[in-house]
Write a protein of this length. Structure first.
Length: 364
């Protein structure tokens, strides 16, 4: 482990959530108010509220204390921290934070459909309850809501030219996410591009929202080009780090903590870094299993998952993923240090990087 990685403090996401409980509650409150204020048809916006955890499966609004399990709100938290660092006004920051979270949530609604996920955040997904057609429509509506939110920026004191530039940054991110999803859906474990192709896919699919945060804040705070580039580098590296850790959790984690089925990527033949590595360096038996034609709908049995985990350990996939994660951890930390800023917000962002590493135990 290199010097930067050795400084990981073992901070966990739960600790960050506790530290910023008030800010996360404010984000949720603003999102819930936004959805509640959209009007008719109430059932349509109720589905969106369910997706965020603000309504139950009968589309009845919930009080804050009863909100359903939901995402970590990491992207709006990152946005908030950088807005504070660079002096973006609070009202503007809240709007951009909501837009980032809504864009991410739209991608999850569509991703759940494409991956046939019945569960996310330990509760049924949109299509599980409301059907495929309504789930597609809900995801589409969330994309529209992103731009409705951003169009409020001029009324909050943002110049028209800046607003258009921010909208363009979100548009680039949205298209990059779709490009990444395309690569995700077409990838095979024996794809010649291997890890290089995987990293390109991840940069588009997972890194794009984080890159969008950096670009938007650079626009709103009128930052110099070098600072914008540094923020983009941070977002790209953080997105890749998070995805590598998530890939490992998807095979070696616990279902309750993960919020979805373990081994689902393997069932659907979706690319993940440990499986791509194992297809090149694993045993013949594992390679045969990875290249088998997909089509099953049932989860992996305990024996099947045990076999895959054993073979991944044997070929060194865990060590490889750990080294890859540390590489992107270092790159993100280097970008933070290049900002030449200090204070609680920068320390929290470093802690967020630590939390990514601490969220998974890399098997040896």
């Amino acid at each position: 482990m290199n010097d930067n990685a050795a400084r990981s403090t073992g901070v966990h996401f739960d600790e960050l959530h506790s530290r910023f409980a008030a800010e996360i509650a404010e984000i949720d409150r603003a999102l819930a108010a936004c959805l509640n204020g959209q009007g008719n048809p109430a059932g349509h916006y109720g589905m969106l509220a369910y997706h965020f955890g603000f309504a139950d499966a009968e589309l009845q609004p919930l009080t804050e204390s009863a909100y359903l399990p939901r995402g970590k709100r990491l992207r709006p938290l990152i946005c908030l921290l950088f807005c504070r660092i660079f002096g973006v006004p609070q009202q503007v920051a809240t709007t951009v934070m909501m837009a980032v979270e809504v864009m991410h949530s739209a991608s999850l609604a569509h991703d759940d459909i494409e991956d046939r996920d019945a569960v996310r955040w330990n509760r049924p997904t949109l299509q599980t309850i409301f059907g495929l057609d309504q789930a597609i429509n809900a995801g589409d509506a969330l994309i529209g809501l992103v731009y409705r939110l951003l169009l409020e920026l001029p009324s909050q004191g943002v110049a028209a030219a800046q607003t258009l530039d921010v909208i363009a940054a979100f548009n680039r991110a949205h298209l990059r996410m779709c490009e990444g999803q395309h690569l995700d859906l077409k990838c095979r474990y024996d794809d010649e591009s291997g890890a290089e192709g995987y990293l390109d896919m991840v940069e588009r699919k997972t890194g794009a929202p984080c890159i969008c945060i950096g670009e938007s804040i650079a626009i709103l705070a009128a930052l110099p080009e070098q600072t914008r580039t540094t923020l983009v580098d941070f977002g790209r590296s953080l997105g890749t780090l998070y995805q590598i850790c998530d890939d490992v959790r998807g095979l070696f984690g616990q279902p309750t903590a993960l919020g979805r089925e373990i081994g689902h990527d393997l069932v659907l033949h979706r690319p993940s870094l440990p499986l791509l590595y194992a297809c090149r360096h694993g045993s013949t038996a594992l390679r045969r299993r990875l290249l088998a034609e997909p089509g099953r709908e049932t989860p992996l049995s305990a024996d099947e998952l045990g076999f895959v985990r054993h073979e991944l350990l044997a070929c060194g996939a865990g060590r490889y993923c750990r080294e890859a994660a540390l590489l992107h951890y270092d790159a993100a930390l280097t970008a933070l240090n290049a900002l030449n800023r200090d204070g609680s917000e920068i320390r929290t962002l470093r802690g967020l990087l630590d939390a990514c590493l601490a969220s998974v135990e890399f098997p040896n």
